[in-house]
Design a protein around this ligand. Sequence first.
Ligand code: SF4
Length: 436
Amino acid sequence: MMRIIYPPKKRNRQPSVCEVHGCSFRMIAKHALIFYYHRLNCYSFNALAGALDGDPSLADSRVTLATNADNLRAVTAAALKHHHRAIVALSVMTCQFEEMRRIIRQLRADCGEKVVVLAGGPHVTACAEEALDAGVDVAFRGEAELNFPGVIRSLFEGQAVHSLQSSPVRVDMDSFVSISPKRGMFGPIEITRGCAFACSYCQTSHIFGTKLRHRGIDNIVRQAASLRSGNRKVVRLLSPNAFSYGSNDGRQLNMKAMRELLSALRQTMTSKARILFAHFPSEARPEHITPDTLDMLKEFADNDEIVIGAQSGSSRMLEVCNRSHSVENVLTAVRLARKYGYKVIVDFIYGLPGETDEDMRESLKVMQEVVHLGARIHPHIFAPLPQTPFAKAEPGRIAPLFQQALNGFKSQKSIYEIPSRGSDRRKANSNNLLAQ
Ligand code: SF4
């Protein structure tokens, strides 16, 4: 159902001064813009803020960040004391959909139609109608950098906006950025979008496509250099598949492109800056852990940990999941990375659709082997995600067999513990697998 939403009918031409933002405008002060800057979604908002920065008419617009639901209510109510409307932007993963409903109900109860709710992200991309039915005013399908600034501008200017926004083309990575230094919104720098593998549980290839788009080295280096303005000393490189940078098909490594990127970053950053590659929030596919990639990491990157996506130790389940690698690839990767001296974290998924007792036993055997090699397990519970081949499957449960093994791994300190502050949305969102 396509709807058109309208801004307020009455227009106050009097200049107003905003106590929340301290701004004094005629038109723009009529609308406050608020991002629900949840730790699972902050990277998306960093990119959207970057898109606003790149639009001359919005570059100086104020954005308020709310980091939890209570804070969002409070900030929205405060903003409405000085603005006619509050535009609240949400990014929603499947595991956050119920929270989104709750938030909208609360905002409507508090502020009625003075709140305009915008929502995007993986779940809204897949289920935009469901989001609109839940009370979202404008739903964004897919990558929003292209149309988000236009929607904000239209709302600020009091123009009509379609409730369903779909980006007409894929975003050109070099036309946008991942962070907004001027707003103090920092995070990983996204170097690649899209994934060739289309694993059966993962949304990445459906949202971003199977043809990869890589950000140019100049753009990445410029963003890395701008981290200094926020006194940030860590450059995290974000990609669905860490070693796919520069690859045409996403499967064959492009060592030249990766070396050029890392070397350019190394030259730009001070000796105190740390470059993290093949580390959270990215992961490496096991078959891409080779002497070449590890030599390159040793030469240019600073992480002493590598994250490898295995997902199952059962060959049958790897095939069902369309992983396109073998169990042996996983074990070889862990052995090699350990030989190079890396701490290794290996992702596994519990409760995959159709997993039999035999598959579980095989998976457990591989986990034990991985732990024996000195790696840690990062366990995830399967969650069905819309648009994926497993969308209609039942959510996974931890079988007693797995639970027992998990407890054992935990007592050996062989389970990767999620850091308290979200350095990685996928890691924190461990039951909502978007990752390798
Ligand atoms: S799980 Fe990883 S390799 Fe598979 S489709 Fe998703 S991003 Fe690509």
